[in-house]
Design a protein around this ligand. Structure first.
Ligand code: 9UX
Length: 72
């Protein structure tokens, strides 16, 4: 079964940042759904924990140039 996790993201300075994160995280095998709000700085991701874990998702967000402020 899938898992849904939310994170608070830092470093988003314009609307396209959310689209960048969505595109990058969507590419990870096992990610079913990703949405990012520039307004609230929140990321919501639904994934299959058998294929990918939360740390890998965080690492992808960081490699895209952003920070994770808090895991929830
Ligand atoms: Mo906007 Mo974000 O010019 O990575 S896309 S600041």
């Amino acid at each position: 079964s899938v898992k849904t996790q939310q994170m608070q993201v830092g470093g988003m300075d314009c609307g396209s940042c959310a689209a960048k994160i969505e595109a990058g995280v969507q590419k990870i095998p096992g990610v079913a759904e990703i949405s990012v709000s520039v307004a609230t700085k929140r990321l919501s991701v639904t994934y299959d924990p058998k294929q990918v874990n939360e740390q890998e998702i965080r690492d992808r967000v960081i490699s895209l140039g952003f920070t994770i402020i808090s895991p929830k």
